[in-house]
Design a binder for this molecule. Structure first.
Ligand code: 56B
Length: 332
């Protein structure tokens, strides 16, 4: 697979490429990949894949001000790992009469908290938030996983914003000067919980999943204007979470060795930073890049972020799919 000729400022494609080349547990199957693309081409008809992602305002706080920008940073600082222990039911919340789980429950819980008067957009408040308050915010049936890590991440967001950015995430966005790539890199530089970087055979491998999705979420929330205006969104890669590999495997685009398949299908944990986990995430990034290139060859200009959205929403109807891999991590 030839390295894409354009520069790779994020370092995600270039650092994951050797992982894919040397993979022993995960393979990308070109034929099923092209079959999936053909399916999408039929579905898209003759017009380009419209960016049909919406922002679901019913679950996301939005007042168009800097408060929303800070709230978005918190949303993506806590946007990880919503699945339950083997055999346990998922954490859920009830919001406006709906029972929600996963990402939707996280977003709605943070919206509910603002509606109940908690100033989650205030850096000072976040920097000293306590476990009782975080538990109250995420109250529901069963417990949200990794709640101590969520507390830590929320405090870190508040503290870093206060110490370096006058308490405003909008200052960080202004420093990025309209570049999605620069904003993702600034997030990884200043907010340690966003520094989603691993080591594979002594080499650095960058995924930067929450840093990148935070930029994409700002873009969606603000409709590509104001703090959501970026000129290089096409430089973002897919966001290596746990749902995309599940969907790609369902379409046989990703294939696991029998040994790895056995573990994933029996919900056996893959250790964070293990070769298996890194190979799954790297193959996810590159499968999306190869889909992007194939569609481009066929005359469809679509970004990795748009491909990501399509796959992620397919993963929201995952009945009939084999399980997604389980890695307890704050990175996705
Ligand atoms: N690759 C990718 N991963 C994404 C998202 C989203 C939600 N974003 C969209 C939602 C509305 C707007 O349109 C946003 O764009 C959440 N996740 C990840 O999935 C996992 C949660 O899954 P479940 O357990 O089923 O809720 C978890 O790792 C979470 O971090 C995405 O878009 N892409």
């Amino acid at each position: 697979m030839s390295q894409n000729s354009t520069r790779d400022p994020l370092g995600v494609l270039s650092s994951t490429e050797p992982v894919v080349a040397q993979s022993t547990y995960v393979r990308i199957n070109q034929k099923p990949l092209e079959a999936l693309c053909e399916q999408w081409i039929q579905a898209m008809g003759k017009q380009k894949a419209e960016d049909d992602s919406q922002w679901y305002l019913q679950y996301h706080f939005f007042d168009g001000t800097e408060r929303t920008v800070n709230w978005m940073l918190l949303l993506d600082a806590l946007n990880f790992c919503f699945w339950a222990e083997k055999g346990q039911p998922r954490w859920t919340i009830t919001y406006q009469g709906e029972t929600l789980n996963g990402y939707w429950a996280e977003a709605a819980a943070l919206t509910r908290a603002v509606e109940e008067g908690l100033p989650l957009w205030d850096a000072g408040y976040l920097s000293t938030i306590d476990l009782d308050t975080i538990s109250h915010i995420f109250r529901g049936s069963h417990t949200i996983p990794l709640i101590e890590q969520r507390l830590h991440n929320a405090r870190e967001v508040g503290r870093v914003l206060l110490e370096r950015f006058d308490g405003q995430f909008s200052r960080v966005i202004e420093q990025a000067q309209g570049s999605a790539v620069q904003l993702a890199l600034l997030l990884a530089e200043h907010f340690p919980s966003f520094r989603d970087i691993a080591t594979f055979r002594q080499r650095e491998v960058r995924f930067l999943k929450r840093a990148q999705i935070c930029v994409a979420d700002l873009h969606h929330a603000f409709g590509g204007k104001q703090w959501g205006a970026f000129h290089d969104l096409d430089q973002l890669t897919a966001f290596a979470d746990y749902k995309l590999p599940q969907v790609l495997r369902y379409y046989h685009v990703l294939e696991y060795t029998p040994e790895l398949a056995e573990r994933v299908d029996h919900h056996i944990l893959l250790e964070a930073g293990s070769p298996e986990e890194i190979e799954i995430r790297a193959a996810t990034i590159w499968a999306c890049e190869l889909i992007r290139r194939f569609l481009l060859q066929r005359g469809f200009i679509i970004t990795a972020a748009e491909i990501d959205q399509r796959l992620w929403f397919l993963g929201q109807q995952s009945e009939g799919m084999q399980p997604y891999h389980r890695t307890r991590t704050i990175y996705y």
